[in-house]
Ligand binder design. Structure first.
Ligand SMILES: CCCCCCCCCCCCCCCCCCCCCC(=O)SCCNC(=O)CCNC(=O)[C@H](O)C(C)(C)COP(=O)(O)OP(=O)(O)OC[C@H]1O[C@@H](n2cnc3c(N)ncnc32)[C@H](O)[C@@H]1OP(=O)(O)O
Ligand SMILES: Cc1cc2nc3c(=O)[nH]c(=O)nc-3n(C[C@H](O)[C@H](O)[C@H](O)COP(=O)(O)OP(=O)(O)OC[C@H]3O[C@@H](n4cnc5c(N)ncnc54)[C@H](O)[C@@H]3O)c2cc1C
Length: 660
């Protein structure tokens, strides 16, 4: 029985067409759908018992799933794209993520042709397993502060990898603790007693025969992390080197080369390319944000339609909690954000692919913008998603706190995204640096790409919003101009404040909080703009574009309402115009309401992937919650183990004292 069928009938758009719009194309939809079903129907990928497993069992279970996934990839001859979808739906962090997601891309981006020829075939056949060993116990954000050394020995033509201090121990790399045979290790290059910056080195860690650590290498797992199950399926590791020797040709040498004689040769490639793998991964993290947020939103939306509290009239049904305006004002902006992040990630991927192509042709001019966009959008979307998952838990009331709601584990797995691949504040400060530089160059350099609006800064500083009515806000030009003006005005104001400091670095440190706000306003502008640009495209299907338009305005006007202090303080809006935007937002929530279930159905998530009783497609929540309770190991017996030993004596004592 479908308890949500009435809800599904209310929608006024073609859900199948929306599924395609969400996926990006019919091919992508079919591919994703095939992999989702493959995983959902395979008992090896069962995941409901995961939070109850001890660490060793948990990790072994992950290894079993990874081996099975790899077998499927080989047996079914899955393409790389299919393998990525398979990985998504298996829904379990594993050492293979870092192998495919960072080790291989690091060699691809920073290796010479010769190095790629040697290492990539081994890695792609998984004859070696690699990880990305950058962060240390003492330094993560400050990459230039890493302490591991790679000292060149001209006599033997080798580098000596060494961990000189406790704080130089590598700490955190996923896959390092128990599984990797190799790592790309980031270390200070020392040649002739001189420091030549941080570089990547391919280092073998474990024997390919018996998997034991090689001489001079100490390696292990760093211990349990937040939440049951969750990210504990990953063996984040610690690693120390005691004068470990590696051949010279294992330094990744696309950026700088060390010759046999100990000469450093710089290629034309900028040193920032050493950070290139992070640009790639940050871009994938933005895409993952839309997946994680849409998943949480799907659970909370379906459950909000099932759940009823208060408002019964004449013995009729109570009100569905989704009909409360407060519930809508918390839920629908998250629904809109999931779509907004989906479309901005689509755009970011195309930006990244363009930059990648240029880098391969040694054209580096667009790298700074790619860095700013990937860093900023990674920071913006992961912060919003982590907060959004927690909000979805609250939207589900008490039952959201049950592991069977799927939300606690999703939250626990997701939140480190705010930290890994660059702490979100540190990344926003990178965006701020880029913006301040753009403003300072306005006189002689035309801003392009996502900062092109800065070229119109003079008019953006003068013009104020012309919106007169709530309907006036349903105008892309009016909305985008509001976001552009806010971002430009905040950036210019900050640049003026910075100019008052004799030492720019001192000013940057002092004004860091304002600078982060400038960066956030710029990144929000990007997301809003890319959503409107998406709507310019041909989006087939009855009512699909119209529904997306509603979501786009919800996203933008929700942000405008949330940050109205910025819009008012910069003088672009009057309080009256801000309140008109809020009135329009309320109207938009009413437009979303009948389509809410269909909009989350359009993510096309299987019940397996959602992993949530509250978010079940059929809405059959209560019987299934009730059944699941009895499956808990605590309910195996009526009298719990330990009762007779520890509780009964207390009860007896009470009876005894009662007699007294
Ligand atoms: C079974 C089979 C299955 C098969 C399936 C097959 C498919 C499977 C697929 C699986 C998929 C799974 C996906 C992976 C999952 C991921 C999981 C997460 C893992 C997490 C990994 C990590 O967690 S890994 C460590 C990340 N750790 C950071 O993230 C450090 C942040 N810290 C910095 O990033 C720098 O330290 C920081 C702050 C910039 C200062 O850098 P700094 O000290 O050099 O100082 P400055 O700020 O002065 O920067 C100097 C100039 O460089 C410019 N610049 C800076 N960065 C730049 C950059 N990236 N690109 C270009 N330019 C850059 C800047 O704009 C300046 O430019 P200018 O000079 O022109 O102004
Ligand atoms: C689950 C997980 C997986 C990971 N996987 C890997 C991996 O595979 N490989 C790898 O190499 N690393 C990995 N990491 C490490 C990760 O990349 C770092 O933890 C991350 O880059 C943050 O660095 P940090 O820990 O040094 O934080 P810190 O920089 O110490 O941050 C602490 C606080 O200081 C603030 N702060 C720091 N610098 C500044 C500044 N300049 N201005 C203002 N505030 C500042 C931050 O905002 C934060 O609030 C992983 C981490 C986690 C949690």
């Amino acid at each position: 029985m479908d308890y949500l069928s009435d809800e599904r009938k209310k929608s006024d758009f073609d859900v199948e067409a929306m599924k395609v719009a969400w996926a990006g194309s019919i091919q992508e939809f079919q591919l994703s759908d095939r992999m989702a079903k493959l995983v959902a129907n395979d008992p090896v990928f069962e995941k409901f018992t995961r939070p109850m497993l001890g660490r060793k069992e948990l990790l072994k279970n992950t290894l079993r799933k990874s081996a099975h996934a790899w077998k499927l990839i080989i047996d079914l001859r899955l393409s790389e794209e299919e393998a990525k979808w398979l990985r998504l739906y298996v829904d379990e962090p594993a050492y293979t993520d870092l192998h495919w997601g960072m080790f291989i891309p690091a060699i691809e981006g920073q290796g010479t042709e010769e190095q790629k020829k040697k290492w990539l075939p081994l890695a792609k056949k998984m004859q070696i397993i690699g990880c990305y060993a950058q962060t240390e116990l003492g330094h993560g954000s400050n990459v230039q502060g890493l302490e591991t050394t790679a000292t060149f020995d001209t006599r033997t033509d080798e580098f000596i990898m060494h961990s000189p201090t406790l704080t130089s121990s590598k700490w955190w790399p996923g896959g390092l603790g128990k599984l990797s045979t190799h790592a790309v290790v980031y270390a200070r290059l020392i040649v002739g007693g001189q420091f030549h910056g941080v570089h990547g080195f391919i280092v073998q860690l474990r024997s390919l025969e018996d998997h034991s650590p090689l001489p001079g290498i100490t390696v292990g797992d760093i211990g349990l992390k937040f939440g049951n199950g969750a990210y504990n399926t990953m063996d984040n590791g610690v690693l120390r080197f005691d004068h470990v020797r590696i051949p010279r040709n294992q330094m990744l040498m696309r950026v700088s080369q060390v010759t046999k004689e100990g000469k450093i040769m710089q290629s034309d490639v900028p040193r920032q390319l050493i950070y290139g793998t992070m640009v790639y991964v940050r871009q994938t993290i933005v895409a993952d944000a839309s997946k994680a947020l849409s998943r949480a939103v799907c659970i909370a939306t379906r459950y909000s339609a099932v759940r009823r509290q208060f408002g019964s009239r004449d013995g009729g049904p109570e009100t569905q909690v989704i009909d409360y305006k407060t519930q809508q004002s918390r839920l629908f902006p998250l629904l809109a954000s999931a779509y907004a992040f989906r479309f901005v990630s689509e755009w970011l991927k195309s930006l990244y692919l363009d930059v990648k192509q240029r880098l391969e042709a040694n054209e580096f001019s667009t790298l700074p913008e790619a860095h700013a966009c990937t860093a900023g959008l990674k920071s913006l979307t992961t912060t919003a998603t982590a907060d959004g998952i927690e909000e979805c838990r609250k939207l589900c009331g008490g039952h959201g706190y049950l592991v069977s709601s799927g939300l606690p584990e999703l939250f626990a797995v997701y939140i480190p995204a705010c930290t890994y691949e660059g702490d979100n504040v540190v990344l926003m400060l990178q965006v701020a640096r880029f913006l301040v530089k753009t403003v300072s160059e306005l006189g002689h350099k035309k801003p392009v790409g996502t900062t092109a609006y800065m070229g119109r800064v003079a008019s953006l500083m003068q013009k104020n919003s012309a919106v007169q009515t709530a309907e006036g806000w349903l105008n892309p030009g009016a909305v985008v101009e509001a976001f552009e003006s806010r971002a430009a005005r905040m950036a210019v104001r900050c640049a003026q404040e910075l100019a008052k400091f004799g030492n720019p670095e001192e000013g940057f440190a002092e004004l860091a909080v304002d600078l982060v706000e400038v960066a956030v306003s710029h990144c929000q502008l990007i997301v809003v703009t890319k959503f409107f640009e998406k709507l310019q495209q041909d989006i087939p299907g009855k009512g699909v574009k119209e529904s997306l338009e509603v979501l786009c305005y919800v996203y933008a006007l929700f942000l405008l309402h949330k940050h109205q202090g910025d819009f008012l303080a910069t003088g672009y809006l009057t309080p009256k115009q801000a309140s008109l935007a809020n009135a329009q937002l309320r109207t938009l929530y009413s437009k979303v309401r009948p389509n809410a279930i269909a909009l989350v159905d359009s993510f096309s998530y299987t019940d397996h992937y959602l992993g949530s009783i509250l978010g079940r497609y059929d809405g059959n929540v209560y019987p299934k919650l009730y059944e699941a309770a009895w499956e808990d190991p605590l309910n195996d017996s009526d009298v719990i183990d330990g009762f007779h030993q520890y509780v009964q004596p207390i009860l007896k004592q009470r009876l005894h004292s009662a007699k007294l």
